[in-house]
Write a protein that binds this ligand. Structure first.
Ligand code: SF4
Length: 229
């Protein structure tokens, strides 16, 4: 697979220096340890930000590709699987056109997580899912940082504006979608320099007004169908 110019080769286990999570205070050196602590996390409950914690993410040992969304929705919370609902089906269609042929293959190869990993609840008036607060994002950030440090992915697919603000701050979705980016915010040319390569996508939920514009959808289609080495 070669989304965004990144060639994905055999998994490897990187050497990692133990580091204490700034918020969690947890020291982890392996994916398994991090996952175990993460699944038991109740930081947002203790901080009074959530009524219950149920971290939903899809760890893949040795993954070279990470996908970072906003937060799980109610379907994901129900089935304990990231991107399992309607938005996930749209995302899988985009990824299929970009070179990962099936959902099973995506889940086997891509570590799927999000900026906050517990369902944040609905917005008042049943107007879609609540966008996680900055405090929740900061609390959950230790887990994301730990996975990034452990896996050192070649490719990070940033889904939605919250994820893009983390990896490519200060840029509009219109500017980002359709290109691959370096971690320092430059468009990747023919030869990717260093890793990770960042590929921003709009949030695939029906709530994203960005997707209502046919011209933008055409741009996304062009990107998905662009030949890759
Ligand atoms: S959203 Fe993240 S930090 Fe908050 S309780 Fe869930 S796992 Fe912990």
């Amino acid at each position: 697979m070669g989304i965004g110019g990144a060639t994905i080769i055999a998994p490897r286990v990187p050497r990692v220096t133990p580091r204490i999570g700034a918020v969690t205070g947890v020291v982890t050196t392996t994916l398994e340890e991090t996952e175990r602590h993460h699944r038991a996390c109740v930081l947002c409950v203790e901080a009074g930000l959530l009524e219950r914690a149920h971290p939903v993410f899809g760890p893949v040992p040795g993954a070279r590709v990470m996908l970072v969304g906003q937060a799980p929705g109610v379907v994901e919370d129900d089935v304990s699987r990231p991107f399992a609902g309607r938005a996930g089906r749209q995302l899988m269609r985009w990824l299929a056109r970009a070179g990962i042929p099936s959902e099973a293959e995506v889940r086997r190869r891509v570590f799927m997580t999000s900026m906050t990993t517990c369902f944040p609840g609905r917005r008042p008036g049943d107007r879609g899912d609540r966008r996680p607060s900055g405090r929740e994002v900061r609390l959950c950030g230790d887990w994301l940082d730990a996975y990034l440090r452990l896996l050192r992915p070649e490719l990070i697919i940033c889904v939605g504006t919250l994820s893009q603000a983390r990896f490519l701050p200060g840029r509009r979705l219109d500017e980002l979608v359709g290109e691959a980016w370096t971690a320092s915010g430059e468009v990747v040319g023919g030869t990717p320099a260093g890793r990770p390569v960042l590929v921003p996508l709009p949030h695939p939920s029906g709530q994203s007004r960005w997707l209502n514009d046919p011209a933008r959808m055409d741009r996304l289609d062009d990107w998905a169908e662009r030949p890759r080495g």
